[in-house]
Design a protein around this ligand. Structure first.
Ligand code: CP
Length: 304
């Protein structure tokens, strides 16, 4: 594998190999303090044209733990502000010796396009493009589910709720869950926030959150992406919370040992209450720490 641009079509064998490796990394000093030399001499760049806390920081930590030099490119203080294109930015950084790019971009397909324009020995990882995909988030999400519920996804009732329409996380999660053989994938949200294309093929889709929660083993909540939203898609945040906010009372409809996930950043009190986000069933911070391990595994596979 040279680039990681999407989970769509990525074989289960590769998904499992990455999860197994991330698990090993987590279970040893590799995932914490030990510095290794796998990427020694290589420079990787986090090339982010959109904000990030988790993805950017965890890739930075992952690359450093593998012994790479890490360049954090900040679009807001770069020549992007003077009109330089993403392609020229990448080609110039490549000329300085960067061999791995971790790219986030607001436009669908922009990261794949950059990968097509990169030089021979360069690898590109999609860290989120538009609404299309966020493959390493999909990987860390299935890893988190596998740790909590075991390797057989076929019996799990997995519910994804919220702003699916604007969510690249949901798309990558769906790709990964289908590949892992998830048998019962439910998707819930107001009709205005559900995609109309074939994104949800094979899923049970509904607008009634309480009904969809019944018996769920995994409840994945999504952020309301107000920055990508046209006016009027949501009547009010209070109204949204009333219908789609995950509260402790609502969570009791799910299986007793259900786990709760959210990719972050969280709009607390909108899609999820503090009590649930910080409660005993929440795997939110587990997702974050798995992010470092899975990104180490991805960097190792692509650049090691
Ligand atoms: N989950 C996620 O992509 O978070 P960031 O936007 O903070 O990277």
């Amino acid at each position: 594998l040279r680039h990681l641009l999407t989970l769509d079509g990525l074989p289960k064998e590769i998904l499992c190999r990455l999860m197994d490796r991330a698990g090993q990394i987590r279970d040893t000093a590799m995932g914490r303090t030990q510095r290794r030399s796998d990427l020694n001499g290589g420079t990787v760049c986090t090339l982010f044209f959109e904000p990030s806390t988790r993805t950017r920081s965890s890739f930075h930590i992952a690359a450093q733990r593998l012994g790479a030099d890490v360049l954090n490119f900040d679009a807001s203080t770069s020549s992007t502000r003077k009109g330089e294109t993403a392609r020229d930015t990448l080609r110039n950084l490549e000329a300085m010796g960067v061999r791995g790019f971790i790219v986030r971009h607001a436009e669908d397909g922009a990261v794949a396009q950059l990968a097509g324009e990169a030089g021979e020995g360069t690898s590109v990882i999609n860290a989120g493009d538009g609404r299309s995909g966020h493959p390493t988030q999909g990987l860390l999400d299935v890893l988190t589910i596998r740790q909590a519920k075991g390797p057989d996804f076929s019996k799990l009732k997995i519910l994804i709720t919220g702003d699916v329409k604007h969510s690249r996380v949901a798309r990558s999660d769906l790709h990964a869950l289908r590949t892992m053989g998830a048998g019962d994938i439910r998707v819930c949200g107001p009709a205005s926030l559900l995609p109309e294309d074939d994104t949800l093929a094979g899923c049970q889709v509904g607008e009634d959150f309480d009904a969809m929660l019944e018996g769920a083993d995994v409840v994945m909540m999504l952020r309301l992406q107000r920055e990508r939203m046209e006016e009027g898609l949501v009547s009010s945040l209070e109204d949204y919370h009333r219908h789609y906010g995950l509260t402790a009372a609502r969570l009791r409809r799910a299986a007793a040992d259900a786990v709760v996930m959210h990719p972050g950043p969280i709009n607390r009190g909108v899609e999820i209450t503090d009590e649930v986000a910080d409660g005993p069933q929440s795997l939110v911070l587990r997702q974050v720490s798995n992010g470092v391990a899975i990104r180490m595994a991805v960097l190792e596979m692509l650049l090691g």
